[in-house]
Design a protein around this ligand. Structure first.
Ligand SMILES: NC(=O)c1ccc[n+]([C@@H]2O[C@H](COP(=O)([O-])OP(=O)(O)OC[C@H]3O[C@@H](n4cnc5c(N)ncnc54)[C@H](O)[C@@H]3O)[C@@H](O)[C@H]2O)c1
Length: 416
């Protein structure tokens, strides 16, 4: 198949390389000039794709990065993996999907399959995406063009091959389902068809919101257990010895990334549209979003015990990525904590082995992790527990270490 994959990010690039290595010809469309330049130079910016893989698939002519869909010759399939953020009012924002559809509408010929990989709310493919495309292109879904929805389940940084993750597929009609099933069957080891796009859209939100709710649960518990002098991490670890009915989740400084904090609002929106207001989802969002302020308050108490206040103090934040082992700082709690600290008059420095100097917001300074930086800080705050952080230096050189992830076991370390 000839495929144009629109969006070469955390989802689109690994998917494109998997498709190319299965023998398809992939045009990787990427509008971000820096990302496009990297792709042209076979330099991957996504941890799950190596430079060697890019070189191999580019070298054999199966992967061709392009900056604009207009430069792509006729293809059989379009795959859309563009961001689906929130508006300021925390409502689904499909503007990038709409733009991608407009670009496809300019060039698509009858008979093509269009697969949506971006996370959307239930009914979005049927009620928003397909009608918009028909309006823009004049091609009729189900007759001239076929729409499929297949949610991406990648977990960047996790050691699992993309093709080994069972792939949910759905179609707006029988023909679309057959097309996507056959195509994805040539890439993934297991393809799981479901009866409608709505089921696939909802499944994606269920999977991510399940995680989000459970994190909210332990985050809430952690606020109490620290007062009760009970280690919640030990409790979770003890509960994990039960061979059934329990799955461990860990409290932390907040929930970041492109997906989880957005998806809870996508699901809320869907439930609201059906006339059901979910108090549980709203409470979970409130708890998780309260964690950065909670961290700031706990850190203030720890400093107080050393006769200091946040005002005038210097805090070095270790780890800015939203989770360990990725170069992705979208919605990272590190920024929210940093902003809380700055509002208290604290000088905030940040360091992250996975991110470049541009991770620093205007109000933070990015530094290398050195013994001197640790010594200069009144507190060193571990937000993201990358393996690459030199914990020995941190422990040996810091006046106060506050660990939001429970990875530095020394007794003198303050735990969230
Ligand atoms: N990151 C994850 O772990 C993950 C997992 C599952 C699902 N998702 C979903 O997948 C979607 C994409 O997420 P992501 O993390 O890959 O985002 P991303 O920002 O890493 O990648 C999206 C890319 O699309 C490009 N782009 C936007 N509009 C374009 C256009 N019209 N033409 C060409 N390129 C365009 C952007 O420049 C960007 O590089 C979102 O809906 C997200 O919710 C993400």
């Amino acid at each position: 198949m000839r495929v144009a994959a629109i969006g070469q990010g955390f989802v689109g690039l690994p998917l494109s390389i998997a498709m190319a290595s299965s023998g398809h010809t992939l045009y990787g469309v990427e509008t971000n000039p820096d990302r496009f330049k990297s792709l042209r130079a076979c330099r991957s910016y996504i941890g799950d794709v190596t430079d060697d893989e890019l070189r191999t698939e580019t070298g054999n002519g199966r992967y061709l990065p392009v900056p604009d869909l207009a430069e792509v010759p006729e293809v059989d399939v379009y795959v859309i993996s563009v961001p689906t953020p929130l508006t300021e009012d925390k409502l689904p924002d499909l503007v990038h999907v709409d733009r991608a559809l407009a670009q496809i509408a300019e060039v698509a010929r009858p008979g093509v399959l269009i697969v949506i990989e971006s996370t959307v709310y239930p009914r979005a493919t049927r009620d928003h995406i397909a009608p918009l495309f028909e309006k823009l292109s004049g091609l009729r879904p189900g007759t001239d063009v076929f729409f499929a929805y297949s949610p991406d389940r990648v977990d960047p940084g996790r050691d699992i091959e993309l093709c080994d993750i069972p792939k949910l597929v759905s179609g707006l009609d029988d023909k679309a389902l057959e097309l996507v099933r056959n195509f994805y069957g040539s890439v993934f080891k297991e393809v799981v068809p479901v009866t409608s796009c709505e089921v696939a859209e909802f499944t994606k939100l269920l999977e991510n919101t399940f995680r989000y709710l459970n994190i909210a649960f332990v985050n809430e518990l952690s606020k109490a257990t620290s007062e009760m002098d009970i280690s919640l991490r030990e409790v979770v670890s003890a509960a994990s010895t039960k061979p059934y009915g329990f799955m461990p989740f860990h409290h932390g400084p907040g929930v970041g990334g492109h997906c989880l904090p957005n998806n809870v609002h996508y699901l809320s929106h869907a439930l609201n549209s059906a006339g059901h207001k979910s108090e549980l989802l709203a409470a979970a969002a409130e708890i998780n979003e309260s964690m950065p302020r909670h961290v700031m308050r706990r850190l203030a108490l720890s400093l107080e015990q050393q006769g200091k206040t946040l005002q005038g103090a210097t805090v070095l934040i270790l780890g800015v990525a939203f989770k360990a082992g990725v170069a992705d700082s979208r919605n990272s709690p590190a920024f929210a904590i940093g902003a809380e600290l700055v509002s208290m008059g604290t000088t905030v420095k940040v360091t992250d082995p996975w991110l470049g100097i541009d991770m620093a917001a205007d109000t933070f300074t990015a530094v290398e992790l050195t013994a001197e930086e640790c010594r200069d800080a009144d507190a060193v705050l571990l937000v993201t527990d990358h393996d690459e952080i030199d914990y020995e230096t941190v422990l040996a050189s810091s006046r106060l270490v506050f660990d939001c992830r429970g990875v530095i076991g020394a007794p003198e370390v303050e735990q969230l």
